[in-house]
Design a protein around this ligand. Structure first.
Ligand code: DX5
Length: 224
């Protein structure tokens, strides 16, 4: 499937539903309310090794793209991301994010860019922002995990706000092209905290899909 790239940073906060918490029994109905309100959607890929959970592979990307009508961001929480870059590119992911802690992250970033896709680098909570330095000029997105990766529905880690601000400064110091994404425990209150710290892309899973009215939830976030 031809990839649809995620947009470039535009100075406002991008809202990114995470399908991990969507209703897979009726994905189309689950994602329909976000079609016109979200900026892109995130597929949380887990291999049971890098994180103690297993989720989905590239096969769902075309369905998520079709159900949402939005670009798809593949967040690879996997030990050996190089195994999956081609498959997610072929499936239509418009951005692929690998973890700094996984094998061959630098080579993966270069590979993703060589395929004409946008590339992201994610940091687990314990990983210092200094790990971004070698890649910053290449990156289209930096992902600061605000929970320990592996599960939706966890509480936002407020101690990550300093890291978000530090990452924002680093992105600004090298030309400011990359999105700064916060992922984990984002709700109406923590969205304000993350955005105030410098995040301009917010990944929202359980708070969105358990809200009873995802469209109203996103409209509320847009007021931030
Ligand atoms: C963690 C997942 C979650 C998810 C967002 O590995 O990546 O962060 O995307 O889930 P919520 O919004 O439920 O924390």
């Amino acid at each position: 499937m031809k990839p649809v790239l995620i947009p470039s940073p535009s100075g406002r906060v991008a809202l990114v539903p995470s399908v991990l918490s969507a209703d897979f029994a009726c994905l189309k109905a689950s994602l329909a309310p976000v079609k016109k309100l979200a900026d892109w959607v995130q597929v949380d890929v887990m291999d049971g090794l890098f994180v103690p959970n297993l989720s989905f592979g590239p096969g769902i990307v075309p369905y998520v793209a079709k159900a949402s009508g939005l670009p798809v961001d593949a967040h690879l929480m996997v030990s050996r991301p190089a195994m999956f870059i081609d498959a997610f590119a072929a499936a239509g992911a418009g951005l692929i994010t690998v973890h700094a802690e996984s094998a061959g992250a630098g080579a993966c970033i270069r590979k993703i860019k060589s395929l004409g896709l946008k590339a992201g680098l994610a940091l687990r909570p314990k990983t210092p922002v200094a790990r971004l330095v070698p890649f910053l000029k290449l990156l289209d997105l930096v992902l600061v995990m605000t929970v320990e990766p592996g599960f939706g529905g966890q509480a936002f880690m407020p101690e990550m706000t300093g890291k978000i601000s530090a990452a924002r400064k680093m992105i600004g110091a090298c030309g400011g092209r990359a999105w700064l994404q916060a992922d984990g425990g984002i709700n109406a209150a923590t969205a304000r905290v993350a955005a105030a710290a410098g995040a301009d892309s917010l990944v929202i899973g359980s708070a969105l899909f358990s809200s009873g009215d995802p469209a109203a939830f996103l409209r509320g976030l847009k007021k931030i």
